[in-house]
Write a protein that binds this ligand. Structure first.
Ligand code: F6P
Length: 369
């Protein structure tokens, strides 16, 4: 039987759902019944720490052990229960113009005899996958990011688990906020996309939701708070996306620097809002950033299932020799799109159909805009 080697890696920010996807890449490739049908024997090899694993496969000072190792069904059997990524991840960009290491990656793909690669990641990791594809590498992608900002798919791994975290934490905040008649401003992640704030705010019944796709007016936020109190609200939950900003100002970042993909570390809008609200309304206001809690914990049932379906579909693409594609979930069906389509532009909230610009909240009608 013909033998082929598949390398699998996870890149970018971790999230729940990565391990289920890895498990199902391995199980599908090694399935003995399917192997007989395909007449190809696959070996699946884990690549640790994202693209760093192909830049420094033998390890480095930080991680002195080899980053390439064969995965067996027995090894991955329980992986779908665990959060994060057992393969490890990094934000390594081999095509960084300041330090281009793409040739090293191409050499290592040859050296380690990878016939195919499965890259599990967001915009950045899949952007690298696409560039490698243009260099002739037979690569397929699996979408993951709690930000849900990849185009070409209705779902990215990690999103639902992150929504569950937001909802559960806000449930906890409600009891303490209510006891003290306080306002709580909850900052979510999401970069330039408002999905986590919008859908997390909707799931938890937040009073105000502020997203990057629509600049808010500070005055309007305060007016809404007064209005709610007049109607009898004892406390308020305001959810704000880290990338949201008031009109005329820019996003708030933690520091000036950018990572190797050119992203700023956003954060701080929640604290800013809390100060502004309390100074005008004189209502005690606290802020909390849910930060990396949103990426942590065990995958919810949905991420386990979607990881499974995406993992199976990635191997199907390889079997069909359909490279340069990302598996995707579209209108209730598992399908695939060109990697180029997935990374070309961000998938953002559509203000016209999904956001209420009067109430600063999710829309309350399904009728046309
Ligand atoms: O892209 C996922 C994400 O969690 C963003 O929502 C957030 O801005 C960023 O990663 C944080 O990255 P890091 O883990 O490097 O702080």
């Amino acid at each position: 039987m013909e033998k082929k080697r598949i390398g699998v890696l996870t890149g970018g920010g971790d999230c729940a759902g990565l391990n289920p996807a890895i498990k199902w890449v391995v199980k599908t490739a090694l399935d003995d019944r399917l192997q007989k049908m395909r007449k190809i024997e696959y070996e699946v090899v884990g690549i640790r720490d994202g693209w760093k694993g192909l830049v420094e496969p033998e390890g480095d000072q930080e991680a002195p052990a080899p980053r390439i190792y064969t995965l067996t069904e027995e090894m991955v059997r329980t992986w779908d229960r665990y959060g994060g990524t057992i393969l490890g991840t990094s934000r390594t960009n081999p095509f960084d113009s300041k330090k281009d290491r793409s040739k090293i990656v191409l050499e290592n793909i040859e050296r380690y005899r990878f016939d195919f690669l499965v890259a599990i990641g967001g915009e950045d990791t899949l952007g690298v996958a696409h560039k490698l594809y243009l260099e002739g590498v037979k690569v397929v992608g699996i979408p993951k990011t709690i930000d849900k900002d990849l185009s070409g798919t209705d779902y990215t791994l990690g999103f639902e688990t992150a929504l569950n975290v937001i909802t559960e934490e806000i449930d906890r905040l409600r009891t303490t906020a209510g006891s003290h008649r306080r306002i709580f401003v909850v900052e979510t992640m999401g970069r330039h996309a408002g999905w986590l704030a919008l859908e997390g705010g909707e799931s938890s019944g937040a009073y105000i939701i502020l997203i990057p796709e629509y600049d808010f007016e500070m005055e309007k936020v305060n007016e809404l708070v007064f209005e709610g109190r007049k109607k009898g609200a004892r406390y308020d939950i305001i959810v704000v996306a880290e990338g949201a900003k008031s009109s005329g100002s820019s996003e708030i970042s933690k520091d000036e620097g950018v990572d190797s993909f050119g992203h700023k570390a956003l954060g701080g809008i929640g604290e800013y809002l809390a100060k502004e609200i309390s100074s005008t309304t004189k209502i005690e206001t606290r802020s909390i950033s849910l930060s990396h809690l949103q990426r942590g914990g065990a995958p919810c049932a949905y991420d386990r299932r979607m990881g499974r379906y995406f993992g199976i579909a990635a191997i199907d693409l390889i079997v069909n020799e359909d490279f340069g594609k990302m598996v995707s979930y579209r209108n209730g069906t598992i399908t695939s799109v060109q990697l180029k389509e997935a990374i070309g532009r961000l998938n953002l909230v559509d203000i016209k159909t999904q956001y209420d610009t009067e109430r600063y909240n999710g829309r309350r009608t399904i009728l046309g805009a």
